[in-house]
Design a protein around this ligand. Structure first.
Ligand SMILES: Nc1ncnc2c1ncn2[C@@H]1O[C@H](COP(=O)(O)OP(=O)(O)OP(=O)(O)O)[C@@H](O)[C@H]1O
Ligand SMILES: [Mg+2]
Length: 371
């Protein structure tokens, strides 16, 4: 245990020295500026900021091509079309929940929340990698990855990374609220060396508004490359710096997704709340059960209702997915999540927030059992 806490304390010390003053991602240009290693730091705060790569070495020299430029994650005209964030719960529902809280004894609920929080906060011996995937696109992989990343970041004290491994125009940067992306997995695969400090590495990552970091798979262009070799190089190198890395994978049976599922400490499979979605996900579980090292005990299924009209019997669906060792968490329909765009934790419905905490606790409970 001593080695374990040394590892985490060293990272935390390094982070503390760098005194992260988070940029305002809603202020145009901040994300891009923070990531601009070509621009020399001008103020003392900037010189301290962990997001500016330390000028110790020119790591970019290892890139075969030109230094990449910041690219917005969404066309500003579309961002306007999104409108303001909607709350996950309707006003009558929030009022009802408030009344219930006033009249019902809160002790049991608070004790359960504390238990889940403690589960999420468990120390880890080395960085844990959590791979999130699904049988097809658009079912909620990035939503679940973003919820997990934010929950880990909220409860844990070690650095948390959200890694986008979905080169097929994945949705994680938008869901995490990144306004611009610059360095990608493929760039970092060339740049990272064992000698780099956490502050060097975070200079290439996008700081997330609620805390933690994001590494995008590409710059939102069709055909961005992310191969198995790049994935392995980047996850292996970054595990050293982050207590938890949540990987938003492409859909199965993509090669990177299969590699991620095979090599992660814990896998999360998102199942849409439809009969065919549950049927397909069950087949994924059957495939996982056949892997040489059984991974079902480190697998969690998220049954996600992306529509308010989902009519599938949740109990039957859950029973169908509950293979020995597998946990099933239900992520209910949430108006804020349904809206698309950046996820604002404060706007989530009570039940979606509870589901996210329960999921993070299930995942971490399993992650610490793996060597
Ligand atoms: N629990 C939920 N409640 C309501 N809507 C949801 C929920 N989960 C997902 N959605 C809806 O599904 C959409 C797609 O989600 P998300 O971007 O996470 O899917 P994905 O699997 O990552 O997609 P892609 O394969 O395109 O990257 C969201 O924009 C949202 O509208
Ligand atoms: Mg996605």
């Amino acid at each position: 245990m001593a080695g374990e806490s040394d590892w985490q304390h060293a990272l935390l010390r390094e982070l503390g020295q760098a005194a992260p003053s988070r940029p305002d991602l809603n202020r145009p240009g901040d994300a891009g500026q923070a990531l601009d290693p070509a621009r020399p730091p001008t103020t003392s705060a900037e010189r301290q900021a962990p997001y500016a790569p330390a000028p110790r070495q020119d790591h970019n020299a290892r890139l075969p091509g030109p230094v990449p430029q910041s690219v917005p994650t969404m066309d500003p005209r579309l961002a306007i079309a999104l409108g303001g964030p909607r709350h996950g719960d309707s006003i009558p529902r929030r009022a009802g929940a408030g009344l219930r809280r006033l009249t019902a004894p809160a002790g049991q609920e608070a004790a359960e929340q504390t238990r889940l929080a403690q589960e999420v906060q468990q120390p880890v011996t080395t960085g844990r990698v959590i791979a999130v995937t699904a049988i097809r696109g658009g079912v909620g992989k990035s939503t679940v990855s973003a919820l997990l990343g934010r929950t880990f970041n909220h409860y844990r004290h070690d650095p948390v990374l959200a890694l986008d491994a979905d080169a097929a125009l994945g949705t994680l940067p938008v869901r995490m609220g990144a306004q611009a992306v610059r360095w990608t997995c493929a760039d970092l695969a060339q740049i990272l060396t064992p000698a780099m400090q956490l502050t060097d590495v975070t200079g290439y990552l996008v700081p997330v508004a609620d805390g933690g970091w994001l590494l995008p798979a590409g710059q939102g262009r069709v055909g961005a490359p992310l191969d198995v070799r790049t994935y392995r190089t980047v996850t292996l190198a970054l595990r050293r710096y982050f207590g938890v890395t949540v990987v938003d994978c492409e859909s199965l049976p993509g090669e990177v997704a299969r590699t991620a599922m095979d090599t992660a400490h814990v896998r999360v499979v998102v199942a849409p709340m439809t009969a065919e979605g549950v049927h397909g996900t069950r087949q994924v579980l059957d495939w996982l059960a056949q892997l040489p090292h059984s991974v079902l005990t480190t697998t969690v299924v998220v049954l996600s209702a992306a529509s308010p009209d989902a009519s599938l019997d949740v109990q039957v669906a859950t029973a169908h997915l509950r293979r020995p060792g597998v946990a099933v968490i239900v992520l209910p329909y949430d108006r804020h999540l349904a809206q698309g765009g950046p996820i604002h934790t404060a706007q989530l419905s009570r039940s979606a927030r509870d589901a996210a905490l329960q999921l993070a606790a299930e995942v971490m409970g399993r992650a610490v059992t793996v060597r």
